[in-house]
Design a protein around this ligand. Sequence first.
Ligand code: S3P
Length: 472
Amino acid sequence: MPAPLKGTIRVPSDKSLSHRVVLFAAMAEGASQVEGLLDSLDVRSSLKAIEALGAEVSLHAEQSGLAGTITGWAQGDRGTGDRGTVHLSQEPLDKGAVPLPREPLVIDCGNSGTTARLLLGVLAGYPRKVILEGDASLSKRPMQRVNKPLSLMGAVIAPPDQRCVSCGQALDTLPLIVCGKEQLRAIDYTSPEASAQVKSAVLLAGLHAEGTTSVTEPYKSRDHTELLLPAFGAAVEVDGLTVRIQGGQHLRAAGCAVPGDPSSAAFLLVAAALIPGSEVTCTEVLLNPTRTGFLAVMQRMGATLSLSATAHSGLGAEQVGSVTCSYSSTLTATTIEAQEIPTLIDEIPILALLAAAASGTTVFRQVGELRVKESDRLAAIIEGLDTLGCRAYADGDDLFVVGSATLPERKVLPQDGRTKDAHPLLQTRGDHRLAMTWAIAARALDLDLEIQGIESAAVSYPNFLEDLKGLS
Ligand code: S3P
C-alpha cells in the first residue's frame, strides 16, 4: 500500500511566464526587477540566449526562484553587442537572399521549444545574423509553423523553404539562421495550430512591423504574452480568437514576480487524487484559465479539488491562488474535446495516468500535437501505460485510455522494475513530463522503480523527486 501524500507546497515558478519575463525584459529599455523566476534548464536556455544577445543578467537564488535585475539591450545601441560579452556581426544583409554567415552568433536553445520559437519572433525584428540550435529533441521539432509567418513579415530564416533532396520534407528544424530586419511588414495571420508559441513569435515580430499585425488561432491558447506585454508598456488588443499589436511600440522595464507553475502542480495534485489518504495543497499557483483545463477535467472525473478565491498576481493581470486535492476512491472517464486541449496540452501525460485509474474510457480528441512535443508523447503514453498493465491506444489523432477503476496491482511489474535485458521498464525518452508522470505512477503503485532519464525533470522542475519525498 503506498504511503499517503500530505502537505502544502509552493511548486517552482511558471515556466511559460518565466521565459516571457526573461525575453521581454531583454527587449525592454531599462532594468526590470524580477522575482521568483523559475531556475530550470529551460529558463536557463532563455537567460543564456539574452546574455549572448547583449542583455545584462544579475540574478541570485531565493526560496521562490531567481531574483534580481535584467537590463535590456534596447539602450541606445540596441544590441550591437557593445555592452554584452558577445560581438554581433554588423554586416548589412542582402535583401531577399539567404546570407551566408561569416561570424554568426550561435545560440543554443537546449531542450527549450519556447526559447527557440519566441526567440525567432524576437530576432525577426533585429538586423543581425544569428544561428539557433538545440539538443537532439529540439532539433527534431517543427519550426516552420513560426518561420512561415515570420518570413511573410520579411525576416529571412534559412533554410525556410528548402526541401530534403531524398525525402522531399521541408527543412523546418534547427539549426536555423535568422536574419532579422529593422522594419518588418505587418500581416494578418491565421494560424492552423492553436499555439501560444506561434502567436507570441508573431506578436513579438509585430512590434517591429509597420502597421497592425494580427494573429488568429483556431482555439484559444495560453494568453501570457497578451497579458504580460502591457506590463512592459506595449498595448495589445484581444478580440475573441484574434490578437492585434501595433508596430513601433517600445518595451519599457517592468517589475515581475512569477507565481507557481500549474503544470508542475498537476503532478502532485494527480498523485494526491490517486493515493489513498492523500491531501496536497499547492499554494501561489498561476490559475490563468488558459492553463487550468486539467483542473476542470480532474473535477469532471470526480477528483476532490478545492480552489481558494483567486487574486490578481500583479504580473500582467494573471490570476493566482491555492489548490487542494485529496484522494478520490471513485474516478470516472471523461471526453476532452479539441478546443479544451490547448488549456491542458502539457498535462496530458499525467491526466492519462489518472484516466487509467478511472472507470470507463477517457478520450482526448485531436492530440496529434503530442507527437512533436519534447518526445512523441502520444506513443510514449501508450507504451508506458501498457507497461503498467493499462490499455491505451490512438485512433488517428485521438487518444483513448481504457480505465480499470483503479491502477493495476504492482504484481504486473517485475519487482525490480526492469526487463529481462536489465533495462528500466518505464522510458522517459528524455522528456521531463514523462519522467514526472512515471515517477508518480511508481509512487502510486508503491514500486521502487528506476526511471531511466529521470534527471530530465530538471527541464521544468529540478527538485521534483525531493519535493515528492517531502510530501510523504
Ligand atoms: C508554451 C506553449 C505550448 C506548451 C509549451 C509552452 C508556451 O506549446 O506546450 O510547453 O510557453 O508558449 P505550443 O505553443 O506549441 O502549443
